[in-house]
Write a protein that binds this ligand. Structure first.
Ligand SMILES: [Fe+2]
Length: 303
């Protein structure tokens, strides 16, 4: 079984109210809030935590100068019986502690917090992307389209962290050797894309060593389709948030993307239609970095 999915992402933030507004606008469901913390849920029950002030005590130290950053990513294992093995591997050379809820905590080679628990139940209801019509394959009869409405992310599908170039092999080996992450695309000048055994996404995790300092890069939220990426991004812009990258489709992973700067640090990505892979895929080793995207939106107004 192994690691199945991202279970939780924990940010520390300076402006809790702004971050609550941001993730509410992004379409996550709020499940709790007080003066120093807020918790949101994706549709499959993963949790995103925002903490400030005293609520950050006990978290691993921030890896960057800013307080607005990811302090821990909690991964969900397939079964309780697996945890002991993972905890033993994690604890070979560092402290691993267990909290009152039974979640194990340690830090990776860079200093990012790593949590480990049992994965929550899989989603009950499948996503229902819009049917598409093309001559020869008509899927949608007598049904006009309208706005997708309020976009609700299905799940956090991947996390990307920036790590220093020095020690990058050890940083990747920590996840591969101790937690069973599977490298899918190794881009030597840029970073290593990995997935967890329980998830077929081309990547669930990226350690990006382009920058020479550690920081949060982005958290990606899967939405059902192309319309949701566009409308979800439009909604964020209408709410006053800043787009970080023009609409496009990635080369590695093939997903359609929009990026928005997050007040919690780094960016968030709305993603759809990522490649799904199995154990026969990769790892693909790239001596030079493939293009970042297959396409991005162009307009004659750019000139
Ligand atoms: Fe991404």
């Amino acid at each position: 079984m192994g690691i199945q999915r991202i279970e939780s992402v924990i940010y520390s933030v300076d402006d809790l109210d702004a971050c609550v507004r941001f993730f509410t606008d992004l379409g996550l469901a709020p499940v709790g809030k007080d003066d120093e913390r807020a918790v949101f849920e994706t549709l499959i029950g993963q949790t995103l935590h925002l903490r400030t002030g005293g609520a950050t005590e006990g978290l691993p130290a921030s890896v960057e100068a800013s307080n607005n950053t990811i302090r821990e990513v909690v991964w969900g294992a397939g079964a309780e019986e697996e945890l002991a093995g993972f905890v033993a591997a994690l604890g070979a050379d560092r402290e691993v502690t267990r909290d009152a809820e039974g979640v194990w905590h340690t830090v990776d080679e860079t200093g990012f917090g790593v949590g480990l628990t049992v994965a929550g139940p899989a989603a009950n209801e499948p996503a229902t992307p819009r049917e598409q019509n093309v001559t020869g394959q008509v899927r949608r009869w007598n049904q006009a389209l309208s706005s997708v409405g309020a976009v609700r992310p299905l799940r956090m599908c991947h996390v990307a962290l920036n790590i220093p170039k020095a020690g990058r092999e050890e940083a990747v080996a920590f996840y591969v050797d101790r937690l069973g992450f599977i490298p899918t695309d190794i881009v030597k000048p840029m970073g290593v894309f990995m997935r967890v055994p329980g998830d077929a996404d081309q990547h669930n995790f990226l350690l990006c060593h382009r920058p020479d300092k550690a920081s949060v890069n982005h958290v990606s939220f899967e939405v059902p389709g192309f319309d949701d990426v566009i409308e979800g991004g439009n909604h964020m812009i209408e709410q006053g948030w800043q787009e970080a990258r023009r609409l496009g489709r990635h080369t590695v992973g093939s997903n359609v993307f929009r990026f928005v700067h997050s007040p919690s640090g780094g960016r968030v990505e709305l993603a759809a239609d990522m490649d799904r892979v199995d154990d026969t895929y990769g790892p693909n080793v790239h001596e030079t970095a493939p293009p970042h995207h297959i396409w991005t939106l162009r307009t004659s107004r750019d000139a």
